[in-house]
Ligand binder design. Structure first.
Ligand code: SF4
Length: 434
């Protein structure tokens, strides 16, 4: 059973009289487990819908959907599938106390993998999950492989029950499912010969494995650092060499690199990033793979659509320490295109510790401290990844509150274009209302 959270006006859901709190029981006699059932089973033009109103009345609708009319129903958030693993590098273990409770959930959910590109290990799949993946064709899935050797993978996941991942992927691939995969590189465990083997096994699965990224393990001062350590510069360089061999082979045999190092791998190796063309459609940029080149591409593509009033403006680009050293490669062409002056403001993570360097995990308090007293700027751009859908930072500070606490305007941005172009000004970029 799933429950309605909201119903859009002028939608089919509103016309049926669905309202927040309505239980959606079944479609065509099939019980609804979650949003996947709802979306797939109501995709037809005609279906029977069994609901229970907030007042307790059970109703059966014979729904005929006029073409183009949306259901307009937002569901209550799904119950997240819990993770069966206990990785030493687990982000959740790395969370300090007193964060929002969802941040303590170890999610490992193939549904969110399909929908949002969250990586999942697939170690908690039941047979009926597999059937659903195939029936609903949940493809591509984003899969954390880490290692294809069973013993190594079980060690990394701290899960003696983890199934053999190559067989699992092959079985799904044979039934039409494709994958983006990642290897979180843990030095001394899945690098070197193990990485070689893992990439070889994934390559051997053929076209269904759409890509693989190699991402250096990220730790916080709260992680089990006595059990796992970050890779050294030379270890990152060796991993890049391995990635390079496989991507060169993939280009020759399949016409695309297939295997990518995360930006962070190049950063930690002190090596230049590959060119933008290397990343194709930037399919793993949300995973920090090609993010810098993606931004450069977006800026170049904006052409002369930048807002006309930027010349001479002093704009802070606030980011985590990981991107800070890469950012000059992004803001130099941005300054040339807009005439604005950009100041990169790297922030250390005051909540997770200095070793957590990604912008998306910066707490609101870090932005407040980093920009406190700054009156010499016209605007500060904040990474939009750092807030959730409610515009709240990881420490529960709302962006409006942050804006109210600062002497300069702030604006959230994913790619600069969304905050600084003419069209963003016209449509209203996501801006803190101080
Ligand atoms: S798979 Fe590992 S890192 Fe991911 S949530 Fe589970 S324990 Fe944490």
């Amino acid at each position: 059973m799933v429950r309605v959270h909201a119903v859009a006006p002028d939608s089919l859901g509103a016309a049926l009289g669905l309202s927040p709190g309505t239980e959606l029981i079944a479609v065509n006699g099939r019980a609804l487990e979650d949003f996947l059932d709802w979306e797939f089973l109501t995709a037809d033009d005609r279906f029977m819908l069994h609901v229970k109103s907030p007042a307790g009345e059970e109703i059966e609708y014979d729904v005929e959907r006029p073409e183009g009319w949306p259901m307009g129903v937002t569901l209550e958030p799904p119950r997240i599938r819990r993770c069966a693993n206990h990785c030493d590098f687990c982000f959740v273990d790395g969370n300090p106390a007193a964060l929002r409770s969802p941040l303590y959930i170890r999610d490992d959910d193939y549904r969110l993998s399909f929908r949002y590109g969250n990586f999942a290990t697939l170690t908690n799949l039941k047979s009926w999950d597999v059937e659903r993946i195939i029936e609903y064709r949940l493809s591509p899935l984003y899969v954390s492989v880490h290692a294809t050797d069973l013993t190594v993978r079980r060690w990394l996941l701290r899960n003696p029950e983890a199934p053999e991942v190559v067989a699992q992927l092959r079985g799904l691939a044979e039934r039409g499912i494709a994958f983006h995969t990642q290897v979180v590189l843990v030095p001394g465990v899945n690098d070197g010969a193990e990485l070689e083997r893992t990439l070889g096994d994934l390559y051997g699965l053929g076209a269904p494995v759409l890509s693989v990224s190699v991402v250096p393990v990220a730790l916080t001062e709260f992680s089990k650092v006595h059990l796992v350590r970050p890779p050294t510069r030379d270890e990152c360089r060796r991993a890049i060499e391995t990635v390079g061999r496989w991507s060169t082979r993939a280009v020759a045999e399949r016409g695309a690199p297939w295997c990518f190092g995360a930006d962070d791998l190049y950063l930690q190796a002190d090596e230049p990033l590959p060119p933008a063309e290397w990343y194709g459609e930037f399919e793993q940029r949300e995973n920090g793979v090609g993010a810098v080149r993606y931004l450069q591409t977006r800026i170049a593509a904006a052409g002369d659509t930048w807002s006309g009033d930027l010349a001479g403006k002093r704009i802070a680009v606030v980011t985590g320490t990981a991107m800070a050293s890469l950012m000059p490669q992004v803001v130099t062409p941005l300054a040339a295109a807009t005439g604005a002056q950009f100041e990169i403001v790297p922030l250390e993570n005051s909540m997770f510790g200095a070793s957590v360097t990604t912008a998306g995990l910066l707490p609101g308090a870090a932005f407040r401290a980093g920009l406190a007293g700054r009156r010499d700027l016209d605007l500060a751009l904040l990474p939009a990844e750092a807030v959730n859908d409610d515009l709240v930072f990881i420490d529960d500070l709302h962006v409006d509150q942050l804006a109210a606490d600062l002497a300069i305007p702030v604006r959230l941005s994913y790619d600069f274009v969304d905050a600084l172009s003419e069209s963003s000004q016209a449509s209203g970029a996501r801006e803190g209302k101080g």
